[in-house]
Design a protein around this ligand. Structure first.
Ligand code: HEC
Ligand code: HEC
Length: 230
């Protein structure tokens, strides 16, 4: 009844907001409360290798700072975004995170409390990382020395600073999903694609971007300007 009284425009805005909200959680399985996967030396070593492939330390460390403690400010056309503390410090890092919450950050771009993360964190690529590899990264990050460094606030201009704007961006440009191996190609081709389109996030820098900072799909791998580095 109330709905009918609303002016049409407001109704349309509400419908659109509901659609955007739905597009942001579509396909998301409930967080698993499953046991922490085994962190054998081999798994930790694999996680260390995967962290190098994904350049986690490159964005999550500052010169002279503790490795993986975050604090690197990434300039974008919309303002700057600061990387987070990934060390196992319980208060300021990932110490209290479960493997499922870590996976959700990589796969769905959500933080532990559920808020949406900015795609300066290349989860539009990392979403293709397998759960097994995510668990290995998680196991490795548990072994780095904890560093107490509180996350700093981003400095983004309005409206880009809002979760609503980020939700719209994600509805337009982000799809969570893993890579199915292409059966027509061999194992090394599939491995290469997994690295390039997943952890390597090559297209984060080697592709053009549209005015909203979304990927320009026709220009994937054609190169582009990194706003961060000029
Ligand atoms: C290009 C830079 C960049 C790279 C590479 C990168 N990150 Fe990040 N990451 C960020 C930024 C920036 C944020 C903060 C996003 C936000 O707060 O919205 C972030 C946030 C995160 C978060 C969420 C933390 C929280 O407190 O919510 C996790 C988990 C994470 N990154 C893990 C990783 C892992 C694992 C790797 C390597 C496989 C990695 N990141 C590589 C930039 C990067
Ligand atoms: C954080 C941004 C970034 C990411 C991610 C990135 N690159 Fe690059 N890459 C660059 C930049 C910038 C250059 C140009 C460096 C220069 O000209 O000095 C470059 C240059 C290159 C070159 C040399 C090309 C030439 O013409 O000399 C190759 C090859 C390359 N990248 C491959 C890759 C691959 C493969 C990946 C993914 C696994 C990747 N890059 C991920 C930023 C990036």
């Amino acid at each position: 009844m109330r709905r009918r009284l609303l002016p049409g425009a407001l109704g349309a805005v509400l419908l659109l907001a509901a659609l955007v909200a739905w597009l942001n959680v579509r396909g998301e399985a409930p967080l698993d409360a499953g046991a922490t996967p085994p962190a054998t030396p081999a798994v930790v070593e694999r996680g260390a290798y995967l962290a190098r492939a994904g350049n986690c330390a490159g964005c999550h460390s500052v010169p002279g700072g503790a490795p993986f403690a975050g604090g690197r400010r990434i300039e974008t056309p919309f303002g700057s975004v600061v990387s987070s503390n990934l060390t196992p410090d319980p208060a300021t890092g990932l110490g209290a995170w479960s493997a499922g919450e870590f996976w959700r950050a990589l796969h769905h771009g959500r933080s532990r409390d559920g808020h949406l993360l900015y795609p300066a964190f290349p989860y539009p690529s990392f979403t293709r990382v397998s759960r097994e590899d995510s668990d290995a990264l998680y196991a490795f990050l548990k072994t780095v020395p904890p560093a107490a460094r509180a996350n700093e606030a981003h400095e983004l201009r309005f409206p880009y600073s809002t979760q609503a704007a980020l939700a719209v961006w994600r509805a337009l440009f982000f799809r969570a999903g893993e890579l199915e191996p292409d059966a027509r190609q061999g194992a090394s081709w599939n491995r290469g694609r997994y690295l390039v389109q997943g952890l390597g996030h090559c297209s984060a820098c080697h592709a053009g971007r549209n005015a909203l900072g979304g990927p320009a799909f026709d220009a994937e791998f054609a190169g582009g300007l990194m706003p961060d580095a000029g």
